[in-house]
Each structure stands twice: as C-alpha cells, then as structure tokens.
Design a protein around this ligand. Structure first.
Ligand code: PSU
Ligand code: MN
Length: 302
C-alpha cells in the first residue's frame, strides 16, 4: 500500500544513507511559491552532496509515496491537502490527489520502510493558550523509530510546554552546539535543551544506542539556524503577535491554524523570513545526511 521509489528502495537495500523529507513545508501550506521549489531543490541538493538519497514523502492520487521522481515534484509544490499521520487512511480511502505530509505522517511512512533519519524545518508543538491544541508531531516523535532533525519550533508555539511534552513522550532531545531549544528564525528560545552535542556523529551514536537497546521511539536533534541567516527577534516577535491576533480574529482553528499563521508571518515580514526558512531547511538536511552516514546499518532482517 506504500509505494517506495526505486532509488530509495535500492539505497535502503544496499545500506546507503537515506534522509526522508516531508512535503507540507514544500507545498503552498508551508512556503510561498517559488521559494518552495528552491527549498526543495536545496534540501535534496544537500542530501545528495552528502552522498545520500532524499526520500520525499507525500500522498499522490491516493497512494502514500516515499521518494518522488523529479518530474513529480510539481505535484507537491502546488495546492495540497494537509495530511498529518491520522489523515493517511482518509487520504488513501478518498484518493486525495495531493496529500502534503506533515512531520507526523512523514515519520510514520519513514519508519514503515526502515528509513531512520528525517529532516524538516520546524516541528509542530504545543500551541499557546489553554486550548489544548497539541500537534500530532509530538506523539509521532515518541512513537516512531526515526531521528528528526529540525531548527526547533517557531515561536508562535509555546516552546517551554513543547519541550515538556517531549519529555513525557520519552523523546531524547539533543541540541547541536546549543544549550537551548532553537526557535526557528532565532538561534535560541531561552528554554534549556536536555542534552548538548557537538557533532552529527554524536547524534548518530545516541540513535544507534536507542535502536540497539530496542527502545521504541525517535530522537529529536535540534539545530540552530546558521548565524548569518538568523532574524532579529523583535522583527519576528512583532510578526508573530499580529499573525496570532489575525488568526484569532478570523476564527481559524484546528489543522488550519499552523498554515494560516505561517503565511501570515511571511506576509507580516514582507517575505523577509523566507530566505531564513530556506537556509535553515538546507542546513538541517546537511546535518541529517551526516547523521545518516554515521548510523550503522541495521542488522539483516530474516
Ligand atoms: N512549522 C513550520 N513550517 C511548517 C510546519 C510547521 O515552521 O511547514 C508544518 C509541518 O509539516 C508540521 C506541521 O508537521 O506544520 C504541524 O502542523 P500542526 O501544528 O497542525 O500539527
Ligand atoms: Mn492542532
């Protein structure tokens, strides 16, 4: 029921490094066009430059896919329906033309075929306020045996509570050369990260130990945005405040909230946040392939 591309299948069979990518970030739910195309090209480029194979996840014409051919990239760059993990069965049954996979759906699909490293921009988390809006990403991070590489989470979320819930889920959270959880455009959220590491290889060692112990669930590796690309916190904070107020005034709720706020932040900053978004996504892909290269191959299944 899950279709794996030949490129990804042969890389996995030969024990070559593979990094999974989500598709929501590259669809119009995540980034404006044409920056979304550039983001996709740069992420794939970083994975290939590191000697790896990129495995883009998506639902296309009702089929969950892992690995898209280049001529199929257009499908995920246009309008799409957001597919978190729980939407996958719905997307299959209803034959969605394009289901853009979120972090949770991508983790499920990656784990299902034995891909152990996944790169994204920012994860979903606990939304601000007491509305109990918690992203499915958090549960998926605790459920699937995959290393997720991200630049933390955007500050429109409650980052302190997000980090607390990752503890509840039993997810080891590592900061690459940072002792605080990164806040996407900003290198630091001020919230302490449980463990600091200095190299991608150390993340691979933690992951190898986790898998070796037979302990279920993922690892979260947080990587601050490269210094040169970070955006002044005042700029972002102001944009986030107006974007959240706008979402509330418009009565936006549920799964629509994150895409709405993402677009509102990009608009409120006149697109200034977009280059930063591309730079951190590419940087995460670069770190992810390094981790994948250092992970020992899984034992032969019999
Ligand atoms: N944060 C971003 N960019 C994104 C997303 C989050 O900075 O594109 C997307 C990811 O696909 C993530 C999803 O998995 O939003 C989370 O949505 P929600 O908050 O509805 O769980
Ligand atoms: Mn939600």
């Amino acid at each position: 029921m899950i279709n794996v591309s030949e490129a990804v299948e042969s890389a996995l069979a030969e024990g070559r490094p593979v990094v999974a990518l989500e598709s929501t970030i590259f669809s119009n739910l995540g980034l404006p066009s044409p920056a979304n195309q550039e983001a996709l090209d740069r992420c794939i480029g970083a994975i290939e430059a590191g000697g790896g194979t990129a495995a883009i996840t998506a639902v296309i014409d009702g089929v969950p896919r892992i690995g898209l051919a280049e001529h199929e990239h257009d499908r995920i760059l246009g309008p799409a329906q957001k597919a978190a993990e729980r939407e996958l069965p719905v997307a299959v049954a209803e034959k969605w033309p394009v289901g853009a996979t979120t972090v949770s759906a991508s983790l499920f699909l990656a784990a299902a075929v034995g891909i152990r490293v996944f790169a994204t921009g920012g994860i979903g988390g606990v939304h601000r306020g007491d509305g109990l809006d918690v992203s499915a990403d958090i549960g998926a991070l605790g459920a699937h045996d995959v290393v997720t590489v991200c630049a933390g989470a955007k500050n429109f979320l409650d980052i302190a509570r997000t980090v607390e819930l990752l503890e509840t889920q039993g997810v080891p959270v590592l900061g690459l050369n940072t002792d605080t959880f990164p806040a996407f455009y900003a290198r630091s959220s001020g919230v302490p990260v449980p463990r600091t590491i200095e190299t991608p290889k150390q993340a691979a060692e933690v992951a190898a130990a986790q898998f070796g112990l037979g302990r279920a669930g993922g690892i979260l590796v947080t990587v601050p945005i490269p210094e040169a690309d970070a955006i002044a916190e005042e700029t972002i904070d102001a944009a986030i405040e107006t974007s959240l107020a706008e979402a509330e005034a418009e009565g936006v709720v549920g799964a629509a909230t994150t895409p709405y706020v993402l677009a509102a932040i990009a608009a409120a900053t006149g697109g200034a946040t977009v280059p930063a978004n591309l730079a951190l996504a590419e940087n995460n892909a670069r770190v992810a392939i390094e981790i994948a290269r250092h992970l020992p191959n899984p034992p032969e299944s019999t």
